[in-house]
Write a protein that binds this ligand. Sequence first.
Ligand code: COA
Length: 364
Amino acid sequence: MKYAEITGCGSYVPPLLMTNDDMSKVVETSDEWIYSRSGIKQRHYSHVSTGIMGWLACERALAAAGVLASDIDLIVLGSTTPEEICPNTASFIKNELGAVKAAAFDLNSACTSWFYGVNVASDMIKAGSIKKALVVGSERLSLAMDWQKRESCFLFGDGAGAIVLEATDQKLGLLSGHISCIPNSRECLHLPSWGMSPAHFTNDIFISLNFEGQEIFKSAVKGMSDSIATVLERENLTPEDIDLFIPHQANIRIIQSLAKRLDFPMEKVIVCIDEYANTSAASIPLALCDALADGSVKPGMTILTATFGAGLTCGAGIIKWGDTVAPAKLSNKSIPEFDGTVFDLMKDSFSHYRIDAEHLLTKV
Ligand SMILES: CC(C)(COP(=O)(O)OP(=O)(O)OC[C@H]1O[C@@H](n2cnc3c(N)ncnc32)[C@H](O)[C@@H]1OP(=O)(O)O)[C@@H](O)C(=O)NCCC(=O)NCCS
């Protein structure tokens, strides 16, 4: 029996910060309100595309695994914000990496995209059709924020995280994964106009998130709990057998509710929503990279993960970690920084949504 071990992780976090105080200069809100409702203190906004962020995260994951790009059989990009649909953005990452023999496809199930991708790639490795895969979550959701909607524009940030999966005979990697999609729940988290439609023949297209925060909150906790129960049962485990929990980072109160339902101590839960906000498909691999870097992931750990996103899609998985917790190598690749402030970066987005941000613009 083959398994799909995670042998390397890499991430890219854009350098420009949008703090809650910055946010309060654009919409009527406050650090106190945002932090107490969501656990978010700041988010990073990207000056480069989803593909470029994803490429650098993959370079770093390959270096950490000590694997050559030319040995990769498959690249899956999980993203809601690929800069191109045709050709797909995974093929851009493939070419930048020089992953000559890799198949490449994008997968969109919103915030669960990376985890859906991990399930697909792990199952292909377990079935024997491929040996090595890169699964990357990369998102540039800052471009999808409606600055007229204070109830949602603070929630999201940009970034990318990637893992290398390699075939092994040892019982490691995603032992059980469960992915699902809750029936008739598409409308409670919806980005109308994000995709091809006749509306594109008019000039005035506004991408604007429609969402029912409390409805999503309840469905997310229930959906993730159900998926967790499924994978625990499949592996014949209880929450006491779990060493570390790495959940999707959408709201600290969602994470706390989930931990409470599982009767799982928050000390064993990885939380980075304060720093990155919700980076959608990038959120779990970013959290995993941070957990490896700060020593929270230890050899042989049994790790639980859980996720949800628009659809509403859900999922959970049990990951068995191997011996490797330190990177084999560090990549020397980088992305040139942006010459300006976060308000310079976002000025076209602000003016598109009719926010007068002239007074915020200051050149560094
Ligand atoms: C968005 C979320 C943080 C809001 O928290 P909440 O406790 O549900 O807050 P509510 O929406 O009930 O709003 C409470 C009040 O704050 C106000 N408010 C909304 N946004 C605000 C902001 N940015 N700043 C200040 N006040 C705000 C509302 O107008 C409302 O005022 P009212 O009571 O006078 O009507 C929470 O619902 C959530 O995280 N939901 C899920 C998030 C999600 O969809 N994530 C993406 C899925 S992957």
